[in-house]
Design a protein around this ligand. Sequence first.
Ligand code: 5AD
Ligand code: SF4
Length: 442
Amino acid sequence: MSETADKTFYLETFGCQMNAHDSEKVVGTLVQQGYRQVPTVEEAGLVLYNTCSIRDKAEQKVFNRLSDYKKYKAQGKTFGVLGCVAQQEGEKIFERAPYVSLVCGSASYNKLPQMLVQLEGGAQRVTGLDDRLTDECFETEFTARTNPHRGYITIIEGCDKFCAYCVVPYTRGKERSRSSASVLGEARQLVDLGYTEIQLLGQNVNSFRDPEGKKTFAELLGTLAEIAGIRRVRFTTSHPRDFGRDIVDVIDAMPVLCNHVHLPVQSGSTRVLDAMQRLYTREEYLDRIGWIKGARRDISITSDLIVGFPGETEREFEETLSLMDVVGYDSVFTFKYSARPNTPALGMEDAIPDAEKARRLAVVNERQKAIGTARNQRHVGQVLEVMVEAKNAARGQWVGRTSQIKVMNFTVPAGVELAAGSYVQVRVTGSFPNSLAGELAS
Ligand code: 5AD
Ligand code: SF4
């Protein structure tokens, strides 16, 4: 790569919201270093691939994609692999894909500027693989935000929970919280840029520990909600073990905090939860659900579920179904267990055959369809505030989200145009398993 050339890059991103937001930070950093983002691989001098390794055969998919890129090497392009597969596979990537020059996990993104200088100097194998050693956060001075209305803010990076199935503690490193002062500063900057919705991100936001000792997570939420100009604050993901009652109290007290909690349960069986090393029992989880349901506000509850964890019996699977009934989730993300490198569950016996996992997945999805439909039915006739996201011209409707994070498809009178990012009142006229239908009320 020559320093005098027009420095261009193409970035492709897979995975969760954390990854999408990491990419916003990477773009911001590259732009600050004099690079220009381009929409195709063909136009780019530097091709970056931000990878996810949470499930399935992620590594294989990455190598397949990299082999598509091989043909461009002759054109002098530089290739980099970022994110969780980069951290997980490390220098092995250079062996299997020798045309790659950069391998960097998310815990090392703060060193990207130096790595870019090395690449520009012609270095062939540049790595950022600090893994669990790092104490640093990737501060976000130069974030290039892609969503114009919802501003993401990382409050904690990494994870120290080591659930038996999960790669994240190995790929994203140990927990590092940002200071509440720096989070509040970023939120104020976002307000100045016109953002009204803030979403706090972290693998486990409930274990946020202000390094300056000023605020608990619930206090941080309360302070954010008081910033003039912020209309909505969301946060994800919560871990049941660390989820405190003070979070429900602050949601109850501050309408700016969205009435939604994503509280992944993974399984309804205490035996399986123990094998998963989730650090709570079914009863302890249901206690937390009791706190949320005891709130004055109607807080929607969503979750993640894994079916077919090694050794999960039919009875244990049925405990998951019964837990779904008891909680009455507004929605759930459901996954078949997949074995991941380095994780304790990898060596566990009694693997569940894939066809059986698929059957269980279909059963939970069917059950949630019924539960979600019943849950959404309660909104029919209510008038809810919706943040407008976009117009669906084909259907002659608009789409937005309620505070409870439900998708609302709604009609407006002929000739009325709405602005994306604005807030409107919508009367709910219909409910579906995963969305609401309505009409503009004001
Ligand atoms: N197999 C299946 N699902 C997984 N998840 C994490 N690791 C695995 C795995 N190995 C799911 C969990 C988590 C969500 C982000 O992904 O449900 O909450
Ligand atoms: Fe993975 Fe468990 Fe950490 Fe969530 S809490 S990121 S599932 S190890």
